[in-house]
Design a binder for this molecule. Structure first.
Ligand SMILES: [Zn+2]
Ligand SMILES: [Zn+2]
Length: 264
């Protein structure tokens, strides 16, 4: 595919949970710090994959407009969606409107069942967006991209994506918890895992939860052994100043963190 000469990079543009940090209603120390100095300020989770074939935005949440401004990115042509929760698709109406003003048609990629929900939520978008069902996978930018269904706890299920390149494999899995054995299979043999962890340790009853915490993620990582791990989808239950013990080769992601997707 010739991508060995030209490399892809992944940039985080948002690393927050569904409400972002600070939470509007909250005065906890993490939210207060996010308002005052901003180390913990986190927009809703999204990332930009830049490839030799062009950029691909991973999820399009309600902070899409601000994230594009921060990136200095005036156009979004392609978006890959993990599931139809507001924090992952809430920017679609604005993106569609931007396409209308530009006279273009955006392309959104996801398993067909995600678009069934998007159509019910925003029935007017398809004049400006084309929905590409990729249940059987998709090749783009030198990557073979395969979705798989992951447990999302009390929220049902979401999808995650495995990206296979000529010399580097990685996965984007922002919203999952308690993966069953067959759901863990695509996490083996990864050079990089981007995993959502809402809290360091979440005290709420397990049946009310929907995303891994870092303590549980440590057990998952010990099993699937990715080369690198970056945590995203972090709520006000994670303080970047805390210096938590993290699993080997794992780190908290932040907006602006950039990773070269190539074997070293
Ligand atoms: Zn989410
Ligand atoms: Zn979700």
């Amino acid at each position: 595919m010739g991508q060995s000469a030209k490399r892809s990079t992944l940039s985080f543009v948002g690393t927050g949970d569904s409400l972002g940090v600070p939470r509007v209603y909250c005065d906890c120390p993490v939210c207060a710090e996010a308002r005052a100095t901003g180390a913990n300020l986190r927009l809703r989770s999204s990332a930009l994959l830049e490839t030799p074939e062009g950029p691909l935005l991973l999820d399009c949440g309600p902070d899409w407009r601000r994230q594009m401004e921060t990136l200095g990115c005036r156009r979004t042509e392609r978006v890959l969606l993990t599931h139809a929760h507001i924090d992952h698709i809430g920017g679609l109406p604005e993106w569609a409107d931007a396409c209308r003003w530009l006279g273009t048609k955006g392309r959104a990629y996801a398993p067909a069942s995600v678009f069934d929900i998007v159509r019910r939520m925003y029935p007017w978008l398809e004049s400006q967006l084309s929905y590409e069902a990729i249940d059987d996978g998709w090749s783009f930018g030198g990557w073979r991209i395969a979705p798989w269904r992951v447990n999302h706890g009390k929220n049902g299920h979401a999808y995650a994506y495995r990206f296979e390149g000529s010399s580097f494999n990685w996965a984007y899995c922002p919203d999952s918890i308690g993966l069953r054995a067959e759901q863990k299979q695509p996490l083996f043999g990864l050079d990089l895992l981007v995993l959502g962890t809402s809290y360091y340790r979440e005290e709420a009853a397990y049946e009310t939860r929907s995303v891994y915490d870092i303590a549980e993620a440590a057990e998952l990582l010990a099993e699937v052994k990715p080369g690198l791990t970056r945590f995203t989808h972090m709520s006000h239950g994670i303080d970047v100043r805390a210096g938590y013990p993290l699993p080997p080769r794992a780190a908290l992601a932040f907006a602006g963190m950039r990773i070269e997707l190539a074997a070293r």
